[in-house]
Design a protein around this ligand. Sequence first.
Ligand code: ATP
Length: 249
Amino acid sequence: MNAHQQPALVIENVSVSYGHVRAVTDFNLSVNSGEVVALLGPNGAGKTTTLRAVSGLLPIQSGRVTLCGQLVSGLRPDQIARSGLLQVPEGRQVVAPLTVLENLQMAGLASKRCPPKELNAEIERIFTMFPNIARRRDVASGLLSGGEQQMLAIGRALIARPVALLLDEPSMGLSPLLTEVIYEFFALRAEVFGNVAVILAEQSRIALSVADRVCVLSKGQVVFTGLSSEFSQSLMVRAYLGVDAKASV
Ligand code: ATP
């Protein structure tokens, strides 16, 4: 990245509560275009809460989110999505009765970010990327396997030409084999994500295999942010045990 360029996505001091219960406190993270940051943490650490707050699905108690320098926190979720900040939620969300092709068409049109004239070419690009779902383009998406639905959910987000993409536990509910298949696609970084700024939330270290940097959450607080290569197993263990990992870095 050019030193004068700003990060695509900047999350500053974001705190989120459920009623009186604080779930995430002062979350800070900047992600550059073309960068993948793994957001790691155990069950209940606050990964989903953070991602949902960033994409406007949960109210932010304090802090701000900017996309390419434009303030997006405070906008409605649909406005945030149209500005180019897309989330692939936990548990994959595809429209089960619609075919694979219809799901992609719908996502492309609804986003208003892909010009209708370019939609077919964009869908073919997604199909080239994910041949597993290309073969099933006329099948109702509810009949796809978990791994195929995950690919479709990612395809639906990519077709909206995101500036930033939030992937919430794409391996959740998948067998180790299907998880491997999904991560083989993620490993084709440039082809799949291109210039998109990506946050990839996972409970396990698997996300490290494709991430440039890692951010670890424990009990709603960031306890480590650094290069994937600087990340150690002991940090992960400490995060999982709820020990203040800041003390060790
Ligand atoms: P997982 O990996 O299981 O998805 P997570 O890291 O995404 O976990 P969150 O789901 O964000 O964690 O949960 C963070 C905290 O907020 C937890 O203590 C959880 O119990 C709490 N929480 C999550 N959703 C709600 C809710 N709807 N109402 C109240 N508390 C919630």
